[in-house]
Design a protein around this ligand. Sequence first.
Ligand code: NAP
Length: 263
Amino acid sequence: MDLGIAGKWALVGGASKGLGLGCARALAHERVNVVMVARGQDALDAAAAELKAELNGQAEVIAVAADITTPDGRAAVFAVRRDFDIVVTNAGGPPTGSFRDWDRAAWIKAIDANMLTPIELIKAMLDGMLARGFGRIVNITSSAVKAPIDILGLSNGARSGLTGFIAGLARNPEIAAKGVTVNNLLPGKFDTDRLNATLQGAADKSGKPLDEVRSAHAAQIPARRFGTPAEFGAICAFLCSQQAAYLTGQNILPDGGAYPGTY
Ligand code: NAP
């Protein structure tokens, strides 16, 4: 299926690896020009170079090493380009822990990264999208928004705040009637460095080998495996497509069937 977005410009956060890279790759293969952001220059440059080699000149790939959660980082991105048709908001998730560990500073950091940063990015880009009559905003959040994960309380809280805000924003007729859709993509367990770090923490705590912990977690998923960044990216690209123009304000949950509810 031709997604009808060739030639558009996308900003993808957290794009040097994992889910962000999966989204950048899927969009670029639809001939969308992508600006990829991550903090670590070397990994970002390597990912961008690999993607460029795959594309053979079919789309532009620009790497910007910046911390997207800071005003300076966002300014560095906007210095390169400001008019984006597509934005995939994404950065690292908050650390695991217990509610007694999290002081005000930890909460502010989580809220800043996983709630206010997407809102700031949307605010900066929305008017341009509305003026051009096309926009696709995809926020990478977490399955924790639907089914909270005890050790990820900072994520449960901060991302739920974003989800509530997006629910109202997407349904504003000034946005929904002007060709701009806003959706959240809620990863279940996807095979990335982030998941491995979380599972390594569980392995260390239990004294079991990482492989055993990985297998035990995968066994709890009806699909009996973790998702791949490529699968995640393909869903993201579809949400950004012309065909998805009537899909807005939704929380899409790719999780191999892990969420046990009917709705
Ligand atoms: P990952 O493999 O660790 O990749 C994270 C990416 O984000 C890297 O490119 C990282 O590069 C970049 N990044 C982190 N902080 C950043 C910042 N402040 N500014 C710009 N870039 C930043 O993680 P992932 O698994 O793809 O996860 C992506 C998001 O989905 C996270 O918020 C995670 O919590 C959430 N999530 C993941 C899963 C899963 O199963 N994988 C499940 C639920 C939710 P640098 O470190 O170099 O900046």
